[in-house]
Design a protein around this ligand. Structure first.
Ligand SMILES: [Mn+2]
Length: 195
């Protein structure tokens, strides 16, 4: 059974198309109009082993906010749909990822409930056209639709590009493990019977 999703989300502020295969090989094609965000979502696909296509046309004449947020919502929805009832998944995943001086710890639980813990130092305001205050909002939007618990803690780092990129890589590596099918896991991995 293929674990894939195609999500199309159109509002007056953006139109987003996300195609996801969680059992992919990390092949990505990402175009949002915000180059640094493209770079980040490409990390998520590559290091998660997810095949990911993202095409967003948003109201960048306002700013990058709607474009970035709506893409994160659609991506979260794609994960939720691709994982279905989560039968046989490992459910939990974690990662500790360095990028030069930056280091980020991430833990994920495919809990069925949206919850974010995000701990990040103050960063310079802009990386290209990407406003660094958007990172927290990306994870908030993502977990709201993916319905997962996500902890992202920046343990160290000075360079904003590194600090943000290490977050996407850490989330990718944690998610990669959480979505894996575990041959020892029979049915839905919860004593409640539902995730
Ligand atoms: Mn980079």
């Amino acid at each position: 059974m293929s674990r894939t999703a195609l999500v199309e989300r159109t509002t007056k502020e953006s139109s987003v198309r996300v195609s996801l295969d969680v059992d992919g090989t990390g092949t990505t094609s990402v175009e949002t109009g915000v180059p640094f965000y493209d770079h980040m979502l490409s990390q998520l696909g590559k290091h998660g082993g997810f095949d990911l296509e993202v095409l967003t046309k948003g109201d960048l004449e306002v700013d990058a906010h709607h474009t970035v947020e709506d893409t994160a919502l659609a991506l979260g929805q794609a994960f939720r749909e691709a994982l279905g009832d989560k039968s046989g998944v490992r459910r939990y995943g974690d990662a500790l990822v360095p990028l030069d001086e930056a280091i980020v710890q991430c833990a994920v639980d495919l809990s069925g409930r949206p919850y974010l813990v995000h701990d990040e130092p103050d960063l310079v305001e802009l990386i290209g056209s990407y406003d660094t205050t958007l990172t927290k909002h990306i994870w908030e939007s993502f977990v709201a639709e993916a319905r997962m618990t996500l902890h992202v803690r920046v343990l160290g780092g000075r360079n904003a590009h590194h600090v943000v990129e290490a977050q996407f890589k850490a989330v990718a590596r944690a998610l990669r493990d959480a979505v894996l099918l575990d041959p020892r896991s029979v049915g839905v991995p919860s004593t409640k019977g539902v995730l």
